[in-house]
Ligand binder design. Structure first.
Ligand code: NAP
Length: 279
């Protein structure tokens, strides 16, 4: 039987990919994780230990697997560890005879102004392109968590500061990303392809405020400030300086178009409409 494996299967996205595969009736699902014991027992899923920092674990983990969802790891940082992990996973997949890898990348990986956030993804896409593997690259927009985080800056006032100018974000849900991955890994496609996985529309900060007002029944207003002012306001609200700097960097990236436009690729891949943002 064809085996479909999902790495990072105990993470938020990984769990959803496994669940979506099962919902869609997939057989031979293998959940790979550093903590397979954290994955809920289900007779339909084979749980195997796999750690991209431990190449030896991957031969056994990938035995008999023909298609693999490789979920990008959370080893963020400038030390190159995440790319090494992905490279190790891709090399192991090739050795194990995997035919197709689905990789979760980020929107505009090679051209994004959010260089720090996409560099690992672009480097991984290059490793895949240079491998002999068939592959699907799914470039995700920001998850909807970010929208809720931006709104949370408002506290009780309803007024949230931002440094995103007129930039827009076509937020996605992890469930949508999971569906895209589940379809891509099980549709039998042979070859190489790439999809931008975004929500149905890109929202600016004023539109986000309006949507939040409608959905939550209380008024929100976006207040445009400079990057420095945003950092100061977030820090004075109790956010650690480092995190405030990252949030400000994200806003500035949004201002320069890192997360737009919305794409129709999700529908092209799955045949379904992308869900609207729910706050
Ligand atoms: N587009 C966005 O807005 C956005 C936001 C956040 C994250 N992301 C990216 O999307 C990925 C999934 O997001 P998430 O919310 O599901 O994150 P999460 O719950 O924090 O999960 C982190 C993932 O990294 C995996 N991982 C970490 N170290 C690993 C290693 N050595 N070998 C193999 N896998 C390893 C974990 O797998 P196990 O623990 O099961 O081994 C887990 O699946 C993240 O890892 C990140 O790259 C994107």
């Amino acid at each position: 039987m064809t085996k479909i494996a999902v790495s990072g299967a105990s993470g938020k996205l990984g769990r959803l990919v496994v669940a979506t595969l099962l919902e869609r009736g997939a057989r031979g699902v293998v959940a790979l994780s550093r903590s397979p014991e954290r994955i809920a027992g289900d007779g339909r899923v084979e749980r195997r230990f796999a750690d991209f920092d431990d190449p030896q674990s991957l031969g056994v983990a990938l035995a008999g697997v023909s298609r693999l969802v490789l979920i990008s790891t959370d080893a963020l940082g400038a030390d190159g560890r995440r790319v090494r992990q992905h490279r190790t996973g891709i090399a192991a997949a090739e050795r194990a005879g995997v035919e197709h890898v689905v990789y979760t990348s980020m929107l505009r990986a090679e051209t994004s102004p959010l260089k720090m956030m996409v560099a690992d993804h672009w480097a991984t896409e290059v490793v895949l392109a240079e491998s002999g593997l068939g592959h699907t690259v799914l470039r995700h927009a920001f998850y909807d968590d970010l929208a809720r985080g931006i709104l949370a800056r408002a506290g009780a006032s309803g007024v949230f500061p931002h440094a995103a100018g007129a930039g827009r974000v076509a937020y996605v849900t992890r469930r949508q990303c999971a569906l895209a991955a589940a379809v891509a890994v099980s549709d039998g496609f042979v070859g190489r392809r790439r999809f931008d996985i975004t929500g149905p529309e890109a929202l600016g900060m004023d539109e986000l405020a309006e949507l939040a007002g409608r959905q939550r029944g209380s008024a929100y207003r976006a207040e445009a400030v400079s990057r420095e002012e945003l950092v100061a306001r977030l820090v004075s609200g109790g956010m650690p300086e480092m995190q405030a700097q990252v949030m400000a960097m994200i806003d500035v990236g949004i201002a320069t178009g890192a997360m737009e436009p919305a794409s129709g690729d999700f529908t092209a891949l799955t045949g379904m409409q992308a869900p609207s943002l729910e706050l």
